[in-house]
Design a protein around this ligand. Structure first.
Ligand SMILES: Nc1nc2c(c(=O)[nH]1)N[C@H]1C(S)=C(S)[C@@H](COP(=O)(O)O)O[C@H]1N2
Ligand SMILES: [Mo]
Length: 198
């Protein structure tokens, strides 16, 4: 009787141990494909004709705003224009893509104040702002960065570089105090979109 019980306990223990053993077939899911990945990091150079198709003559300010705006270079020039000195565009890779001596632009904050974010009381502060380009490249800002942080004094919509109209579209979104300025440097700018965090 005693040995029978002993064998029973042993069998139960053994089957439990087997249940907890790691599954072998998980291995496949971890395997990575190194060869077939598209190279999303490359900087595509378009033909002048294709590049021209990306140009917008105005940018739309839309989303959770009281006043939808269509802004042109001319309308930006009528706002408070700032001069930005020595602005470098540095890619995530560390490569310097552009080294501007002087730029002109308007604070993103001034534009958002003109559009008036639809806030429901002073605690309603969880908004994100997307600067979107024609090629669907985009950069994101937060309400707190723009209205309650030094970044608000450094995020601009540029229309002039070194005394000339900007290249690659007519307006560029930038954030001067970013560590790498390439990522939030949005050329072919098409819209500034305000959304509430759901
Ligand atoms: N519309 C748009 N803006 C963009 C990009 C892009 O692909 N499309 N590339 C970004 C990157 S990764 C960098 S480093 C800078 C400079 O890129 P450039 O070398 O293509 O000018 O612009 C940024 N702005
Ligand atoms: Mo980049």
């Amino acid at each position: 009787m005693k040995t029978k019980n002993y064998i029973l306990v042993l069998l139960i223990a053994l089957s439990c141990a087997m249940c907890n053993s790691p599954k072998k077939d998980n291995k496949e899911a971890v395997s990575t494909e190194k060869t077939s990945k598209p190279d999303n990091d490359k900087h595509v150079v378009l033909t002048p004709a294709d590049s021209l198709k990306m140009v917008n003559h105005s940018i739309e300010v839309k989303g959770d705003v009281e006043n939808q705006l269509q802004l042109t270079v001319d309308s930006l020039k009528k706002m408070k224009v700032a001069t930005i000195d020595d602005f470098k565009v540095v890619c995530q890779s560390g490569e310097v893509k552009k080294d501007n001596k002087v730029c002109k632009g308007v604070l993103l904050r001034d534009i958002l104040e003109k559009a008036k974010i639809k806030q429901n009381g002073h605690k309603d502060r969880n908004f994100y702002i997307v600067a979107r380009a024609s090629d669907d490249y985009k950069a994101t800002f937060s309400w707190a960065e723009i209205f309650n942080n030094p970044t608000g004094d450094n995020a601009y919509i540029l229309f002039e570089e070194n005394g000339k109209p900007v290249k690659n579209g007519e307006m560029i979104a930038i954030c001067k105090n970013d560590i790498k300025t390439g990522p939030r440097h949005v050329y072919w700018l098409k819209s500034i979109e305000v959304y509430k965090v759901k």
